[in-house]
Design a binder for this molecule. Structure first.
Ligand SMILES: O=C(O)c1ccccc1NCC(=O)[C@H](O)[C@H](O)COP(=O)(O)O
Length: 261
C-alpha cells in the first residue's frame, strides 16, 4: 500500500465522521459559504503579482516536521505582502498537521485566492472548503476516476470555486481534461515514492491546452527555476517547503521574490 493509498483510506474515514458531526445543509448555513470567490486566473495573471502559490505546510509525509512554530496568519499575510498570487493551506491533520481552522484563520487576513490543499474524495469536502473560506479546491487525478474529477469540478463551479486539477503524467492529463477545470498543475513530486523532478513539468507543459492556467508544483527552491518554467509556458508556481523550512517564511518569500526581478 502506498502512502497515497493510506491517505485516501484515512480521508474516507474522516469524511464519514465529519458528515456525522455536521451535515452538508449545516455547512451551507455557515457565514463564509455565501461569499464571492477571488479568481485564480486573474490573480495569477495580474502583472503586479508573481504567479507564486505559496503554501503553509507544517509537515509532510516525505519530510516529517517542517515547521511547527510559525503562525498561519503571520505567514500567509507575509506571502500576500510579498506578491504571492494565491495561498495554499494544507487542511489534512494526520499526515500534514493542518486543519480547517488554519484555512479559516488564513481567510481572515487574505485578499487573494486561498486554496484548500486537501485530498478530496467526496463532494462533502468541497462544500466544507467553501464554508471555511477557500476560493480554490484541488482535485488530484491520482486519487480519483475521471468521472469523479468531472463531477466534483462541476459541483465546485456551482459554488463559484476555482478548480485546480493536479496531474503527474500524460495519462492522468489526457484522461481529465474537462471544461469545468480552471488550472492544471503538474506535480513534480511522485506521490507514490516522493521522488521530485522538474522534468515532469517540462515534459507536460506543451500537452496542457492553453485555455488552462498552467501551474508547476513542488520541489521549486530557486528563483532561476521560475524564469525557466515561465519561459516554457507556466504561469503559476506552487511552493511550500522552500519557504516553510525557514524560521521566517514571510522573509524567505520576500527574498525569493526580490531575486525574480
Ligand atoms: O509533500 C509531500 O511529502 C507529499 C506527500 C504525499 C502527498 C502529497 C505531498 N505533498 C503535497 C504537495 O503537493 C506539496 O505540498 C506542494 O506541491 C508543495 O511542494 P513543496 O514546494 O515541495 O513543498
Amino acid at each position: 500500500m502506498t502512502i497515497l493509498d493510506k491517505i485516501v483510506e484515512r480521508k474516507k474515514e474522516e469524511v464519514s465522521a465529519a458528515k456525522a458531526r455536521v451535515t452538508e445543509a449545516e455547512l451551507q448555513q455557515m457565514p463564509l459559504f455565501g461569499r464571492h470567490c477571488y479568481s485564480l486566473r486573474e490573480s495569477v495573471l495580474h502583472p503586479q503579482r508573481t504567479g507564486i502559490i505559496a503554501e503553509y505546510k507544517r509537515a509532510s509525509p516525505s519530510k516529517g516536521l517542517i515547521n511547527g512554530k510559525v503562525k498561519v496568519q503571520e505567514v500567509v499575510a507575509g506571502y500576500q505582502a510579498a506578491g504571492a498570487s494565491a495561498v495554499s493551506v494544507l487542511t489534512d491533520h494526520d499526515f500534514f498537521q493542518g486543519s480547517l481552522q488554519d484555512l479559516s484563520e488564513a481567510r481572515k487576513v487574505l485578499e487573494i485566492p486561498l486554496l484548500r490543499k486537501e485530498f478530496i474524495v467526496d463532494k462533502y469536502q468541497i462544500t466544507e472548503a467553501k464554508a471555511y473560506g477557500a476560493d480554490i479546491i484541488l482535485l488530484i487525478a491520482a486519487c480519483l476516476s475521471p468521472q469523479q474529477v468531472q463531477d466534483f469540478a462541476a459541483y465546485a463551479k456551482t459554488l463559484g470555486l476555482n478548480v485546480l486539477l493536479e496531474v503527474h503524467n500524460e495519462q492522468e492529463l489526457n484522461d481529465n481534461i474537462f471544461p469545468e477545470i480552471d488550472a492544471i498543475g503538474v506535480n513534480n513530486r511522485n506521490l507514490k515514492d516522493f521522488i521530485v523532478s522538474l522534468d515532469h513539468s517540462y515534459k507536460l507543459v506543451d500537452r496542457i491546452p492553453n485555455t488552462y492556467i498552467k501551474v508547476s508544483e513542488s520541489g521549486i527552491s530557486n528563483p532561476h527555476t521560475i524564469k525557466e518554467l515561465k519561459d516554457k509556458g507556466f504561469q503559476g508556481f506552487l511552493i511550500g517547503e522552500n519557504f516553510m523550512k525557514t524560521e521566517d517564511p514571510a522573509y524567505a518569500i520576500q527574498d525569493f521574490v526580490r531575486q525574480l526581478s
